[in-house]
Design a protein around this ligand. Sequence first.
Ligand code: NAP
Length: 252
Amino acid sequence: MKILVLGGTGEAVILANALASKGHSVITALAGRTKNPARPKGKLISGGFGGADGLADYLRAKKIDYLIDATHPFAVEMSANAVAAAKKSDVPLTRLVGPVFAEPEGANWWRVKDADEAAQRLPNGATAFLTLGRQTLGAFTHRTDVRFLVRSIETPDIELPENFKAIQARPPFSRGDEIGLMKREGITHLVAKDSGSAQTQEKLEAAFMLRIQVIMIERPELEPCSEVGSVAEVLEIFAQLPPPKRRFFFFP
Ligand code: NAP
């Protein structure tokens, strides 16, 4: 089958590789924010479609059989576009989104609705670890009384205030890596998005072991569509689907 994966997450790379190794023709689409992204098997396109109509045109023009939204659960606009485009072009859509994080017993996470509220909750003198993406950092820059550690794949393209320390590193990070980093940097608070990703899970476990306060930004509401929680469940869908009609080429 010809499958378009809307990517930008570690799970999307794992999924594209798994689908390609099962013989599917996979195209992964990225927004194009990272200059040197991880390259999954199959084709990689970058830079957006020009809204829901643009995506619907792409699905038709490239004769895509199936669309998978494997974007981050905070990529609200792309997910809404995927739902609208799938309806318009009559292409089946499934969203891959991990379950919300479960709070370990005794952890006492602070749950907040957005980055602004997370910034507000940080106490004076805290040392906070942020792994939120460049666009979200602006919500914290007014907190000159807090020290921040910011980790991203590429150097942030905004000028960060003096109380921000930026480090560049590419995932995956093991729980051991995260414990080492948080200890070295004297982290007191971890601000995380409820992404459901395996990557963040390692960080949360490290924070729990070090008794670091977690401030969890809750997921935004997404446009409803069919959802699965793991790469294995996506593969199961394709194992059960018949091949698309136009690809039958058996001779009588
Ligand atoms: P967004 O606000 O939902 O999307 C903004 C626009 O970026 C979309 O309308 C689309 O442009 C383009 N776009 C987004 N994802 C795309 C994809 N996979 N393929 C092609 N175009 C895409 O997205 P965002 O929150 O800025 O996130 C951008 C990317 O970073 C996503 O792919 C997401 O998976 C990844 N990411 C996001 C976060 C986060 O916290 N938001 C965290 C980790 C990774 P057009 O309208 O022109 O098609």
